[in-house]
Design a protein. Structure first.
Length: 569
């Protein structure tokens, strides 16, 4: 199917799945459609399964957009709690179209959870509450992490109803618990139009493209192997520093440590702070991509490991360290933006109360990254090690990141690197057949856009021009109202670290601003002790560094309490 045919299907308001090989223009098509929706005044939720993919659409992760977060299950009480949140209710009720990019990296159960939330917020018992749904992705990418299933005896496997319903174990919530999104009940209910793009826009190297297509078809032969061997140890002649891709985290860690050691200059270390019961905080620590001890030097290549759309970075944003201090990290992103990176926090909450929290700068070294982390990227040059590939699809993902063979140097590859998932291969053939049918229908009977145009008319009649409040100003108004730190964080659905970042910017603008209401949970005697510790280490620039003050007070205080105390100096 061509992009123009697919675009007409999308404009008609039909639920659709855009797929095709890497470089076939899937994200480009999505951006064209999103621009068209905006021109019509139609409100679309632009989301993706990962932070990196979301940046390609200027969107947000589906987990953040829906309020699902890291949950793997939703009880009725959880849904009732989410529906009470005003900002989520406004978000769902104001949405006419849902876009999810890189849907292949979502588990089937996650898609079913999102479907349940749309039905609950919209109060419409239809797939995703009746909104138009547009999925995009390639199931030859690496699959989502498999969640642990209940014993098979506890499940019933329904008979397939269509070529896109292989069935699967049914969970307690009635949804299908499957590794792949296409096996979910939500996918089946949507009656998706399949748009399989067959044009190639990323790789212009014919021989390289043939090798990629052979791997994608599980048809890698002696000729494919011979061609790939010509890139083993190949020298990259391009004027760009290649990214190194490994299959295992341990190799990434070793490579990054070696590269950091090559940089002359002082090394700064930033230790993660853990608050709360050890069992919970350690669980948080294991799930967090930020390292326990972050070691940096000026000139280090880094990657952000958390989404912070207000500050302008997401999980996967690359950059280079330009300036370091005891509590300050300045990073220039690959896009040329210089950022003053503040501490971030990750927490576990129950019934609105934070039970455990960790704090660290949201960065890690990035001379090398894993193949998993490279998904969604387009690279000019890469040094790729596929000798320890352990999952079908790894080789295809890594090799298809690179625009041409001139930018590829292989350390080697094994047999698994040349294979893809057999189940996905079967489904892909079925997707192609469905797409060909829809392309013929599109040619014979061009789709009408009346459904979308109706939505556009409604959107235009309801369109009200409003001035978006500055995020720091919103925090300032809540502080002025006398709310404490946790209340503000909950009200704004932001973490405590971000709220403190806002407060520090407010203080820079107005040193006389009253932050006293933020200290109500800190005993007066302790507050005096913290302020004294901060003043003890005041530097020549009139700054109050946190690290030496923290070392002085030890475990008697958290970094957040020190930051609050500093606001009152």
């Amino acid at each position: 199917m061509t992009q123009e045919q697919a675009l007409e299907i999308l404009k008609s308001g039909k639920n659709a799945f855009i797929t095709g090989p890497a470089g076939s223009g899937k994200t480009f098509l999505l951006n064209r459609y999103i621009d068209w929706l905006k021109s019509c005044g139609i409100n679309a939720a632009v989301t993706a399964s990962t932070g990196v993919a979301a940046t390609h659409l200027n969107g947000i992760t589906i987990h953040s957009w829906t309020g699902l977060g890291v949950r793997e299950e939703l009880a009725d009480r959880d849904i009732k709690e989410l529906v009470k949140r005003g900002y989520l209710r406004r978000r769902f009720l104001g949405t006419s179209v849902l876009v999810i990019d890189e849907v292949s990296m979502l588990g089937g159960y996650q898609l079913d959870l999102a479907d349940r939330l749309f039905r609950a917020f919209k109060q419409i018992d239809a797939p995703f509450g009746g909104v138009q749904v547009v999925f995009c992705g390639d199931f030859f990418q690496l699959p989502p992490i498999r969640r642990k299933l209940a014993p098979a005896a506890e499940h019933k496997k329904p008979a397939p109803q269509s070529i896109f319903d292989f069935g699967g174990p049914v969970g307690d919530d009635g949804g299908v618990d499957s590794l792949f999104a296409y096996n979910s009940r939500a996918w089946k209910d949507l009656d998706l139009k399949i748009c399989y793009l067959d044009e190639q826009h990323r790789q212009s190297d014919g021989e390289y493209l043939r090798a990629l297509n052979a791997i994608r078809s599980n048809a890698a032969d002696a000729a494919t192997i011979k061609y790939l061997q010509t890139r083993v140890g190949a020298k990259i002649e391009l004027d760009v520093e290649p990214t190194k891709l490994y299959t295992h985290n341990v190799d990434v860690g070793i490579e990054n440590s070696l590269e950091l050691g090559k940089i002359a200059g002082k090394e700064f270390s930033y230790k993660m702070q853990l608050i709360g019961p050890s069992a919970l905080s350690e669980r948080l620590q294991k799930s967090c991509l930020a390292p326990d001890i972050l070691r940096l030097k000026v000139g280090a290549r880094v990657m952000f490991v958390k989404n912070n759309f207000e500050e302008g970075y997401v999980n996967g944003t690359l950059g280079v360290v330009e300036k370091l201090g005891e509590e300050r990290i300045m990073v220039r992103t690959a896009g040329g933006v210089l950022m003053d990176v503040g501490l971030s926090s990750w927490h576990i909450a129950e019934d609105g109360d934070i039970k455990a929290e960790i704090s660290q700068y949201p960065l890690r070294l990035a001379w090398a990254i894993t193949v998993h982390k490279s998904q969604g990227m387009s690279l000019d040059a890469a040094l790729v090690d596929l000798r320890q590939s352990f999952e079908p699809g790894m080789g295809y993902v890594a090799l298809s990141r690179v625009r041409s063979s001139a930018g590829l140097s292989l350390a080697g590859f094994n047999d698994i690197a040349l294979r893809v998932n057999e189940e996905v291969l079967d489904f892909d053939a079925r997707f192609r057949l469905e797409s060909e049918k829809h392309a013929r229908e599109c040619t014979a009977n061009p789709p009408k856009a009346k459904e979308i145009h109706a939505a556009a008319k409604i959107a235009k009649t309801k369109k009200i021009k409003t001035k978006k409040s500055d995020t720091v100003s919103l925090t300032e108004s809540l502080v002025a109202k006398g709310m404490d730190l946790l209340q503000i964080a909950r009200q704004r659905s932001l973490n405590v670290g971000t709220i403190l970042d806002h407060c520090e910017k407010i203080k820079e603008k107005d040193r006389a601003f009253n932050f006293s209401n933020l200290t109500k949970d800190i005993p007066t005697g302790k507050l005096i002790q913290l302020k004294a510790a901060l003043k003890k280490y005041k530097d020549e620039n009139g700054k109050y560094p946190l690290t030496p003050a923290k070392e002085l007070v030890g475990d008697d205080a958290t970094y957040e309490e020190l930051r609050v105390a500093r606001l009152l100096i």
